[in-house]
Design a protein around this ligand. Structure first.
Ligand code: PMP
Length: 305
């Protein structure tokens, strides 16, 4: 794997090799960190790097910080500016993934959130496809359950909560699947290990509500808007039963990492006709054009480095 070139660390941009923490760091021991995940897309014709919806990502990031009692003198705009500064130094000419991370930085023993100092770091790495089979993914329904708002709030991107995502992903991968979907404690579909889900049933696009222990995905929000405004689809947020996925017409995953990934099989059952459906295909094409900065109508979603 590529290492980052630089990191924003302790208030300045340094070579990545200098961005180090001690092994007793609170966040490393207890998962007391929150993170974000953004993408930059290199447009080779325009020779420009486009970052997708950084203000929205940083708004969610700062909300995650609030959930974990972390205070920073930052705004979504100031974090976006820091990111642009970092990316100018990195000077990548390829697609990248950007990772902001806020963490409890004290070194010592004692589980808590209070009376600890916070640090902020940001780094970026080259990044390609997250799920190789992005037009024909085969997913399984995980035997793990989704973390609950009353245990580790799923709407915060809290590092410790991703131990659960790791269990879901690895069990799915070891079982030969591309991804795992998780059910809520009461048995409704919540999301994938690190992505939101959508199903098309009888011409209506359905996704679980934000009160079903999902991360409030930026891609999810973008896809809902595109489906309504560009494809004229009705989009509904409601609980989804497990058996609905077996009989729906199309199913796809959304997220910064997976973008829009078509799911064509779940637990060895074909979804719809067993190939990527037309709605998923149209949304993918629309979204690709936007991400690379080639759609003037959605230019406001991108920030150019
Ligand atoms: N759910 C989870 C658990 C995630 O980690 C992610 C990735 N950030 C998503 C959904 C998708 O969110 P977004 O579209 O903002 O990347």
């Amino acid at each position: 794997m590529d290492l980052p070139k630089h990191a924003y660390f302790k208030g300045k941009i340094v070579p990545y090799s200098e961005a180090k923490v001690g092994v007793a760091t609170h966040a490393l021991n207890y998962g007391t960190a929150v993170f974000g995940g953004l993408r930059g897309y290199w447009n080779d014709e325009k020779k420009k790097l486009f970052v997708f919806r950084p203000i929205d990502h940083y708004r969610r990031f700062l909300n995650s910080c609030r959930i974990m009692s972390m205070e920073f003198d930052q705004t979504p705009e100031s974090l976006t500016n820091l990111t642009l500064e970092l990316l100018r130094q990195d000077a990548y000419q390829e697609n990248i993934y950007i990772r902001p991370l806020a963490y409890k930085a004290d070194e010592g023993i004692g589980v808590r959130l209070h009376n600890l100092k916070e640090e902020l770091t940001i780094f970026a790495i080259p990044f390609g496809l997250y799920i190789k089979n992005d037009t024909s993914a085969h997913v399984t329904i995980s035997s793990w359950r989704r973390i609950d708002d009353n245990s580790i709030p799923a709407r915060g991107k809290i590092s410790g909560a991703y131990a659960s995502s790791a269990l879901i992903k690895t069990d799915a991968a070891r079982g030969g699947f591309d991804e795992g979907l998780v059910l809520t404690q009461d048995g409704h579909l919540a999301e994938g290990s690190a992505m939101n889900i959508f199903m098309l049933r009888d011409g209506v696009l359905v996704t679980p509500p934000i009160t079903d222990n999902i991360l409030e995905g930026i891609t999810r929000r973008s896809v809902m808007e595109l489906a309504q405004n560009e494809l004229g689809l009705t989009v509904v947020q409601r609980q989804i039963d497990r058996s609905e996925i077996y009989i729906c017409d199309e199913f796809f995953l959304t997220g910064t990492a997976v973008q829009i990934t078509a799911v064509t099989k779940v637990d060895h059952r074909p979804i719809g006709k067993g190939v990527m459906g037309p709605v998923t295909d149209s949304l993918r094409k629309l979204f690709d054009k936007i991400l690379c900065g080639n759609d003037p109508k959605y230019a406001h979603w991108n920030v150019v480095v």
